[in-house]
Design a protein around this ligand. Structure first.
Ligand code: ADP
Ligand code: TYD
Length: 215
């Protein structure tokens, strides 16, 4: 007996996560359109980025050399502006926010990938995401889990690599482990998507998971 349909995801914050090439961007539009067809306002955004200031910081982070602390501080500075200027106002007016990456990526890339101090990242997370109702986190995170070797094959012809996409496969194995650690620490917030399947099969996984929530 399926559960009664839950309220639509109005005012919900949903993030897509996974290593480069896992297939996040390939499915974001379809999920946004699923809710727009039902008359919901959907704010589709990304990190680093989402506001003019945060997009400027994104360009620096993706293309300028810097040490791990500088990188983490710029990413969280972008996040603060993105939360205040874009995400929080959208959620307050009842829109669905669909974000391509959020803080899980920081723990995966800067924490696990670069070996940056997780305690410092946790402190920055608490400062930047503190809101009236406590820590502002996504209500649901779809983790597109994929073997880095498969992701690398997909990216070979896809696009000019940025600073992160130029990292070696061992880096992306650490990033994948970093995502798994966040998934295991917060199982109630995450859904793992098997991103190794075909594009259509991944779309079926996503639709089934959302239907189960009545979304
Ligand atoms: N399930 C899939 N199987 C094979 N190739 C895929 C699949 N999903 C996406 N791709 C391809 O892999 C590349 C990366 O996909 P993309 O959605 O940009 O990943 P991400 O946004 O996670 O970096 C693109 O060329 C895309 O066409
Ligand atoms: C949000 C975030 C992204 N990143 C990295 C992951 C990605 O390689 C890169 C963002 O690029 P990405 O999201 O893959 O966009 P595009 O599809 O245009 O390449 O930034 C971090 O290292 N830390 C973070 O906190």
């Amino acid at each position: 007996m399926s559960a009664a349909p839950l309220a639509p995801p109005s005012g919900r914050f949903i993030s897509f996560e996974g290593i480069d090439g896992a297939g996040k961007s390939s499915h974001l539009d379809a999920v946004a359109e699923r809710w727009q067809r039902r008359g919901l306002e959907v704010v589709r955004t990304r990190e680093p980025g989402g506001t003019p200031l945060a997009e400027t910081l994104r360009d620096l982070v993706l293309h300028q050399g810097m040490d791990a602390l500088t990188e983490a501080l710029l990413i969280f500075a972008a996040r603060r502006n993105h939360l205040q200027q874009c995400i929080a106002p959208a959620l307050e007016r009842g829109a669905v926010v669909l974000c391509d990456r959020f803080t899980d990526a920081t723990f995966a890339y800067q924490g696990a990938g670069r070996g940056f101090d997780l305690a410092v990242l946790t402190t920055l997370e608490s400062w930047v995401q503190r809101g009236p109702g406590g820590l502002r986190q996504p209500d649901l995170t779809l983790w597109f889990d994929l073997d880095p070797a498969v992701a690398a094959q997909r990216l070979v012809a896809a696009r000019t690599p940025d600073r992160f996409e130029r990292q070696d496969e061992a880096f992306f194995h650490r990033v994948r482990d970093g995502y798994r650690a966040r998934f295991e620490a917060q199982p109630e917030r995450f859904v793992r998507i098997d991103a190794s399947q075909s594009r259509d099969q991944v779309a079926v996984q996503i639709a089934a998971m959302l239907a189960e929530r009545g979304w």
